[in-house]
Design a protein around this ligand. Structure first.
Ligand SMILES: [Zn+2]
Length: 302
C-alpha cells in the first residue's frame, strides 16, 4: 500500500527532428511507448483524484508551458492510448508569436556572429557581460539562462531585444517551437482526454517576487484561461517548479486563487497525505521504451 502513490509525470513537448537545447522534447514514438508502459503498470488518472486513496498505483500525465505540439502531436497519441493528459498553459503566450523566451535565447545564441565572443545583457540598471563560445552552445545557453532566470519576463524580453539589435540577428523562436493559439486552446479543451491547467500569465520564476506580483500572475492565468475555455481551471503548476523556483508566497497565492492542486518538479510520488499545493513530479526525457520501463521501476522504489 505504501508504494501505491500517484506518479505524476512532467512532459513539455512531443516532437522530433527539432532544436532541443533544453531537452524538452520527447519523440512521438517514445511518447506512445511511454504511455503503453505506464498503462501496463499503473491506472491512468487525473489530478482531481490525487488526494483520494487508491488500491492500485496511478499515473498522471502532465505537460508544462503550452506548446502547440501538445495539441498536434501529444493529444492524438494520448487519445488513441486512452491516457488523460493535463496541459498547464502559460496564458500570456496564447497567440503570442514571441513564444517562450528560452526559445528566443536559443535562436540568438545559434545565430551569434562568429567574431562575437561575449554577450552584454542589460539587467535592470546595470550591464552583465558574459563570455561565450569557449565550451559550446549548451554551456552558453546555461550561463545566460542562469542570469536571466531571476528577472521579470518583460526585463528578459528587453535584454534579448537589445542583444538581437546589437548583433543584428533575428531572435524569433523556431517555427516548430510555436505555442498554442486561442483557437488551439479551445480544440485542446474540447477533447475529453485533455484538462487545461494554469502555469502563470508570463512564466516568471516566482521565488522572491513581491506577493502582489505573484498573485497577479497566478490568479491572472486562472482567470484568463477560464474566460477562454468557459470552464473552471482547477490545477496549477509552478514555472520551473524546483524547490528554489517558488516560495511560501507562491503557495499562498495558489491557495487564495482557489486552485485544487499545484504541481512542482520536486521528485517524488504523491500520496493521499501529500500537500496538494506541493505535488511532486518526475521529469520525463526522450527515453526509449526500455529506459522508460527502468525509470518507472526506479521511481516506484525511490
Ligand atoms: Zn514551464
Amino acid at each position: 500500500m505504501r508504494r501505491n502513490g500517484t506518479l505524476i509525470l512532467c512532459y513539455h513537448r512531443v516532437a522530433e527532428g527539432v532544436e532541443d537545447p533544453f531537452y524538452l522534447c520527447v519523440s512521438p514514438d517514445n511518447f506512445a511507448a511511454h504511455l503503453e508502459e505506464m498503462l501496463r503498470a499503473r491506472e491512468p488518472s487525473t489530478l482531481a483524484d490525487v488526494s483520494v486513496p487508491s488500491r492500485r498505483p496511478r499515473v498522471v500525465v502532465t505537460f508544462d508551458d503550452g506548446y502547440r505540439d501538445n495539441l498536434t502531436n501529444a493529444l492524438p497519441i494520448a487519445e488513441s492510448k486512452g491516457a488523460p493528459i493535463t496541459v498547464f498553459v502559460t496564458s500570456g503566450i496564447l497567440g503570442n508569436h514571441n513564444g517562450l523566451w528560452w526559445d528566443r535565447l536559443g535562436t540568438l545564441l545559434r545565430s551569434r556572429p562568429s567574431h562575437v565572443r561575449e554577450i552584454d545583457l542589460p539587467v535592470g540598471d546595470r550591464n552583465v557581460r558574459l563570455p561565450l563560445g569557449s565550451s559550446g552552445i549548451r554551456a552558453d545557453l546555461d550561463s545566460v539562462r542562469r542570469h536571466l532566470l531571476p528577472l521579470r519576463v518583460t526585463e528578459i524580453e528587453r535584454a534579448l531585444d537589445a542583444v538581437s539589435e546589437q548583433w543584428q540577428v533575428d531572435s524569433a523562436p523556431p517555427p516548430d517551437a510555436g505555442t498554442l493559439t486561442p483557437e488551439d486552446l479551445l480544440r485542446l479543451a474540447a477533447s475529453d482526454t485533455a484538462t487545461i491547467g494554469a502555469h502563470t500569465v508570463d512564466h516568471v520564476r516566482l521565488r522572491d517576487r513581491p506577493a502582489r506580483e505573484q498573485q497577479d500572475t497566478i490568479a491572472g492565468s486562472k482567470g484568463e484561461l477560464e474566460q477562454s475555455i468557459g470552464r473552471a481551471v482547477s490545477h496549477f503548476a509552478y514555472p520551473f517548479g524546483r524547490r528554489d523556483d517558488f516560495d511560501d508566497r507562491s503557495v499562498d497565492a495558489v491557495r487564495s486563487a482557489a486552485f485544487d492542486t499545484a504541481c512542482t518538479t520536486i521528485p517524488g510520488t504523491a500520496r493521499s497525505s501529500t500537500d496538494p499545493y506541493r505535488l511532486p513530479r518526475r521529469l520525463v526525457m526522450d527515453w526509449g521504451r526500455l529506459r522508460f520501463r527502468v525509470q518507472m521501476q526506479r521511481w516506484r522504489l525511490g
